[in-house]
Ligand binder design. Structure first.
Ligand code: UD1
Ligand code: MG
Length: 462
């Protein structure tokens, strides 16, 4: 049997007032990605051919975010929030065009996995016309309850406010995720009324409508953690914690060592190679790739890509980073490179074997193969208006406490004396020093000490 094509409808029209935020709720981030982005990427991974998102009025930013994470995603505006069935019907044109299965996801439920969606669809393959993802709730209060018969067939979903005392005792709850296989879901949903406690059009009532039409309902269970819905900042933090725990485990199972896993924070797209060692307290922003055999020492912050700069960070084979290093967008750390404590790298490439071990700023430049950047070196890349490039040649040696005023080029094998402020290009294999030459007075210090001790003794006598 060929699997019917899948349309996913993502609901995100709710205002999310409990977030107390100027940002629409579904744009709040988990692991550096909007919750909406998580859900949309999951739909792609679950093999959804088509995606429609339902947003509220004035949510242009949400629409833009949806396009970014699911190009071609159709957008529908639900002008008034009259309930989940009403929200799905906002996407009526997409429903009417579609032939195949339909899945409804919530944009504020970011942790659902593709494999779970696949499992839910298997219930449709086994003959259900509606399959609901349920969970055994630790505290069911507030959730819709899944009413089943003795064989486990789903009879109805009852919202808490409409439930009888007996129904309220049911511990298996509705996650909100529902899958449908029916010829015309729009017609099914159009039959749903709002004669209930909240005066809303409940999507959950589709179960009884489909049963009345001769269909069958099924329940598929998953972990409660996977269907955590985010309504407030503390739930956002809870979702982050669950996501991070999952990812840390995957990273370790793929062959990386995390000495203190709970202190390492990944982004949704962080790529970690084999035999990578990550020490405690390391943070990854989006767009970071770490190749095999890299060591990231304690307290390193890797910003990764941001909205302004799309470039991420790559740390190539065998490099060592930190402790206390900061890698910003566009840092390309070559193989076997050493970046030490209090070194910041932004939009710069360090080629194989280069070293910057202490207290430096390397921004907008290149450091050639095997070059050494001494402690306290600053790439002076900004003149208050424009950024300029610094090029340090292969095998060059930049002495400690040097300022390289960009634009500037240091030739291959050149040597820069400590404490220099270099404003002119330096030819390959030259020595450049820019500082007052040293003036030495032999015996001066000994004479000075004797004079001072005498003055002290005279003063004590007086
Ligand atoms: C819903 C389910 C309930 C389930 C719970 C799980 C219904 C009737 N009830 O209840 O069985 O246990 O989720 O969290 O479906 N939305 C819109 N437009 C609307 C209404 C809602 O887009 O008019 C969106 C919201 O943004 C949200 C989702 O749909 O993402 C769920 O809406 P919400 O009001 O939170 O439903 P619950 O009352 O929690
Ligand atoms: Mg809710």
């Amino acid at each position: 049997m060929t699997t019917p094509s899948l349309l996913t409808i993502v609901l995100g029209a709710g205002k999310g007032t409990r977030m107390k935020s100027a940002l629409p709720k579904v744009l709040h981030r988990v692991a550096g990605l909007s919750m909406l982005g998580h859900v949309l990427r999951t739909t792609g991974a679950a093999g959804s051919a088509e995606v429609a998102a339902v947003v509220g009025p004035g949510m242009e930013v949400v629409a833009a975010n949806a396009q970014r994470h699911a190009p071609g995603c159709k957008l529908f505006v639900q002008t008034e929030q009259l309930g989940t069935a009403h929200a799905v019907l906002a996407a009526r044109p997409a429903l009417e065009q579609h032939r195949g299965d339909v899945i409804v996801l919530y944009a504020d439920t970011p942790l659902i996995r593709p494999a779970t969606i696949v499992r839910l669809r298997q219930a449709l393959d086994q003959g259900a016309s509606v399959a609901v993802l349920g969970f055994q709730a630790a505290a069911p209060t507030g959730s819709g309850r899944l009413v089943t018969d003795a064989t486990g067939t789903l009879l109805a979903i009852r919202e808490e406010k409409d439930a009888s005392p007996a129904e309220r005792l049911i511990g298996v709850c509705n996650s909100g995720v529902m899958a449908f296989r029916t010829t015309n879901l729009a017609d099914v949903l159009a039959r749903i009324g709002n004669d209930n406690a909240k005066r809303e059009y409940y999507l959950t009532d589709a179960v009884e409508v489909l049963r009345a039409m001769g269909g069958r309902g099924a329940v598929v269970l998953c972990d409660e953690a996977e269907v955590l819905g985010v309504n407030s900042r503390d739930q956002l933090a809870a979702a982050e914690a669950i996501w991070q725990e999952r990812r840390r485990r995957e990273v370790m199972l793929n062959g990386a060592t995390l000495i203190a896993p709970s202190t390492v924070w990944f982004a949704y797209d962080t790529l970690i190679g084999q035999d990578v060692v990550i020490e405690p307290n390391v943070f990854f922003g989006p767009g970071v790739t770490v190749e095999d055999n890299v060591i990231i020492k304690a307290n390193t912050h890797i910003d990764g890509a941001d909205a302004k700069s799309k470039a991420g960070v790559v740390i190539r084979k065998g490099a060592e980073i930190g402790p206390f290093a900061r890698l910003r967008p566009g840092a390309d750390i070559g193989p076997e490179v050493h970046i030490g404590n209090f070194v910041e790298v932004k939009n710069a490439r360090l080629e194989a074997g280069a070293k910057a071990n202490h207290l430096s700023y390397i921004g907008d430049g290149r450091v050639g193969v095997g070059a050494n950047i001494g402690a306290g070196t600053i790439f002076c890349n900004y003149d208050g208006f424009f950024k300029h490039f610094t090029d340090v040649g292969n095998g060059a040696f930049v002495g400690s406490n040097t300022s390289l005023v960009a634009p500037i080029k240091i030739g291959d094998g050149a040597f820069i004396g400590s404490g220099s402020v270099i404003t002119k290009n330096v030819a390959a294999d030259s020595l450049a020093i820019e500082r007052v030459s040293q003036d030495e007075r032999p015996g001066w210090a000994a004479k000075f000490r004797i004079a001072m001790q005498r003055r002290k003794a005279d003063k004590a006598k007086a």
